[in-house]
Design a protein around this ligand. Structure first.
Ligand SMILES: C[S@@+](CC[C@H](N)C(=O)[O-])C[C@H]1O[C@@H](n2cnc3c(N)ncnc32)[C@H](O)[C@@H]1O
Length: 254
């Protein structure tokens, strides 16, 4: 079992920033998409929290995920206009929406689940096939500090309808040779008088600045056109070597 087998808990934890993330994605689309369309794709969409938000904003919101529990949860949303919301099972390294997509996004660092060059390239090729010309891909990617010896951590607490969730995420020193970094999430869920815990460990692929640039430039026809960080400030672009490790890359199909 992984923590993605508990979509309701995941949704409680991470839905708090959905509107802020959607606002920023809309600003990037307005600034960088050569003509505004309304078809938006989220690969690895999880519970569909972002897609529901884009549906409410009038987009045709489509997405996929490879976890059946996540897909089932995302499908529980019954929109009035079914043509504008669609979530299916799917794999990030191989998909094709036949140039029907105006903009795609993947903000949560999920790209790092693709553990080798073949999968990463397969993902970017799939994005290129799915975007129309001039369409953009907004990709969040945490760069790796290979010199850091610190065990870093992050704690999130959220509550909805009497369910209180605490999640501690810890990551270990990256293995520069294997280009892997170990992560662990520990969730604590309290509902009424019940308390339960769940722990998941996994590996993410690591990307230093040059490795990220090389990987994201590896597919002909997709070009990095801008970089932001997680300030979500459209007027503050950043450079590959700026301080801090969070990057949001904007790739355009040329
Ligand atoms: C951190 S969650 C992010 C979910 C969603 N994007 C969000 O922002 O709430 C990562 C998601 O990626 C999915 N995932 C991981 N590897 C995948 C793959 N190779 N293909 C499709 N989905 C994948 C997981 O099932 C999970 O739902």
């Amino acid at each position: 079992m992984s923590w993605y087998d508990y979509p309701q808990v995941f949704d409680i934890l991470y839905d708090t920033d959905t509107r802020i993330e959607a606002d920023f994605i809309e600003q990037i689309v307005e600034k960088h998409c050569s003509s505004l369309g309304n078809v938006i794709l989220e690969p690895a969409c999880g519970t569909g929290r972002m897609l529901r938000e884009f549906y409410r904003r009038g987009y045709r919101a489509i997405g996929f995920d490879n976890n059946p529990s996540m897909v089932a949860f995302a499908k529980r949303f019954k929109p009035r206009n079914r043509k504008r919301y669609n979530v299916t099972p799917g794999e990030m390294s191989d998909f094709n929406y036949k140039q029907g997509v105006d903009a795609a996004f993947c903000l949560f660092g999920t790209f790092r689940y693709l553990l080798n060059d073949t999968e990463a390239k397969g993902h970017l090729r799939s994005i290129r096939k799915s975007l129309r010309k001039g369409g953009i891909y907004i990709l969040g990617l945490n760069l790796t500090d290979y010199l850091s010896n610190r065990f870093a951590g992050e704690r999130t607490v959220a509550e909805r309808k009497g369910i209180r969730v605490t999640c501690n995420i810890k990551c270990w020193k990256p293995d520069a040779r294997k280009r892997l970094q170990r992560f662990r999430s520990r969730m604590n869920v309290i509902q009424d008088k019940d308390i339960w815990q769940h722990e998941t460990t996994w590996h993410f692929r690591t990307y230093g600045p040059i490795q990220a640039k090389r990987a994201l430039s590896a597919v002909d026809g997709l070009k990095i056109v801008e970089m932001y960080n997680y300030d979500f400030d459209i007027d503050r672009t950043c450079k590959l070597y700026d301080a801090g490790l969070d990057r949001i890359f904007v790739l355009k199909k040329i």
